[in-house]
Ligand binder design. Structure first.
Ligand SMILES: Nc1nc2c(ncn2[C@@H]2O[C@H](COP(=O)(O)OP(=O)(O)OP(=O)(O)O)[C@@H](O)[C@H]2O)c(=O)[nH]1
Length: 448
């Protein structure tokens, strides 16, 4: 081995860190040896009889992290982790002799301790009348890593399509086809072979009340006005039941003119969350006992309608309605009966008003009727109707009651909602004082 130290040295000016090869007359070298020096793949010349490496190129030493001195005259068995002994080497040598080119996939041992996955192609060459093996080893670590990554991605994709809770869609806009993932079909109650892969399969099943908004949102994204498509809407399932879904998607391909050609997205079933949200919204704006709008909702409606009617120069009327002697109902029949009476009064009021009117429970046994577009005269007539309707409620299981009503109207009784309420409240107070079961109009005076 001492002779090798002299002929393999580290002073090659072209490649500074790699040992440089110098041909030695008494050692075999493969044909075209100088050419192999410039190959990126490792090249070894191996004596088939004893598996000794007798020559290698620069890439060979680099791949192993060793110097030529550490490799030359060593058996391939010391480098190749998948060849475990001479008998196995003999079998391999036999196979190499029997074929034009023998391919072997294995692992080289790097000086730093890690493995280098290699694909080794070996062929036979004759040097100085003796047969040798010429092996070209390619580092396939990167390729294997890529293959592993690809397999991993395929697995993730399979998982996303089949197991993830979100349904996926892939819309080939140019071809006019819409792919629905197995999970999306399952979410909507369809089998794997159902659901035509067409846009109409989706769009025809959107709730008619939601469809215009959803299509507008989709169009806004396709035309580039919005960065992505996102919508919450009702989608009909196979049984005709509407699910609430959260749909989010994005254009992923455009043609040379910038027109979208493909979009992908995912759909989540949010029915439970949406129904809970709707219930909470309902609770937030409704009175629990009567189901009417609550005071906060009534006030918001009054403010909005006063602003609108003032802008359009339309009248607006308010009726403050209070059940007469309600305390005595509670006292003589109990609180539960009192509640039932309040519910019945509420239903009577609701049945009497127009769609654009709003009745809210102001508190206790007080109700507020907001009637946009109605002047004071018509409001008085409406209030009389309310009095009559309450008085004529059937007195079967529940005690009969009457109501007193104070009326105020825009513009006569003040431009602001608070002024209108104060006027109606004062008129109600007067109605109570003057005997109850009656209607009085506000005076337009300011009362403190
Ligand atoms: N059952 C029941 N009673 C209620 C409710 N809210 C308020 N009340 C009762 O309604 C009664 C209102 O009494 P008052 O304000 O004295 O008025 P009133 O007895 O109707 O007399 P006038 O308004 O002067 O005709 C009180 O006894 C309250 O306890 C409710 O949700 N359910």
């Amino acid at each position: 081995m001492a002779g090798f130290c002299a002929i393999w040295h580290h002073a090659c000016p072209a490649v500074r860190h790699l040992p440089c090869y110098t041909a030695v007359p008494d050692l075999p070298e493969p044909p075209l040896a100088p050419l192999f020096e410039h190959l990126a793949d490792a090249v070894y010349l191996i004596d088939p009889d004893d598996s000794r490496i007798v020559w290698g190129n620069r890439a060979a030493w680099a791949m192993l992290g060793l110097t030529p001195q550490e490799v030359i005259d060593h058996s391939v068995l010391s480098l190749q982790m998948d060849v475990t002994g001479l008998p196995q080497w003999q079998d391999i040598a036999q196979a190499i002799r029997a074929s034009e080119c023998f391919t072997f996939v294995g692992r080289h041992r790097h000086a730093a301790g890690h493995e280098v996955p290699v694909e080794v192609n070996t062929t036979r060459v004759t040097v100085n009348s003796k047969g040798y093996f010429l092996s070209v080893a390619r580092d396939v670590g990167r390729r294997l890593a890529l293959e592993r990554e690809l397999r991993q991605r395929e697995h993730q994709l399979w998982f996303a399509l089949n197991e993830a809770s979100d349904g996926l869609w892939d819309w080939d806009i140019a071809a006019g086809t819409l792919f629905f993932s197995p999970q999306l079909k399952r979410m909507l109650g369809y089998g794997p072979d159902e659901m035509q892969p067409a846009l109409s399969t989706w769009s025809d099943n959107i709730h008619p009340d939601d469809a215009p908004r959803v299509m507008q949102d989709l169009q806004a994204h396709l035309s580039g006005q919005r960065a992505r498509f996102e919508a919450e809407y009702r989608l009909r399932n196979r049984n005709g039941v509407y699910l609430w879904v959260h749909d989010i998607g994005r254009v992923c391909d455009r043609d040379e003119q910038g027109r979208p050609t493909r979009a992908v997205g995912m759909v989540q079933d949010v029915t439970e969350r949406k129904e809970l949200q709707l219930q909470l919204e309902q609770i937030a704006v409704h009175d629990f006992l009567t189901g009417l709008a609550n005071r906060r909702e009534g006030m918001a409606y009054l403010e909005a309608q006063v602003a609108l009617c003032r802008r359009l120069e339309l009248p607006l009327a308010l009726c403050f309605i209070d059940v007469d002697h309600f305390k005595s109902i509670n006292d003589s029949h109990g609180h539960a009966v009192g509640d039932a009476v309040l519910r019945r009064v509420a239903h009577t009021l609701r049945d009497l008003v127009r769609r654009e009117d709003l009745v809210c429970r102001w508190g206790g046994e007080e109700f507020l009727l907001i009637a946009p577009g109605i002047d004071a005269l018509h409001a008085l007539q409406l209030a009389e109707k309310v009095c009559a309707a309450v008085q004529s409620m059937p007195a079967d299981e529940l005690p009969a009651v009457t109501v007193s009503i104070g009326v105020a109207a825009l513009p006569a009784h003040g431009p602001e909602p608070e002024a209108l309420i104060a006027q109606a409240d004062h008129a109600l107070y007067q109605a109570k004082r003057s005997g109850r079961n009656r209607v009085l109009l506000g005076t337009g005076e300011v009362h403190h």
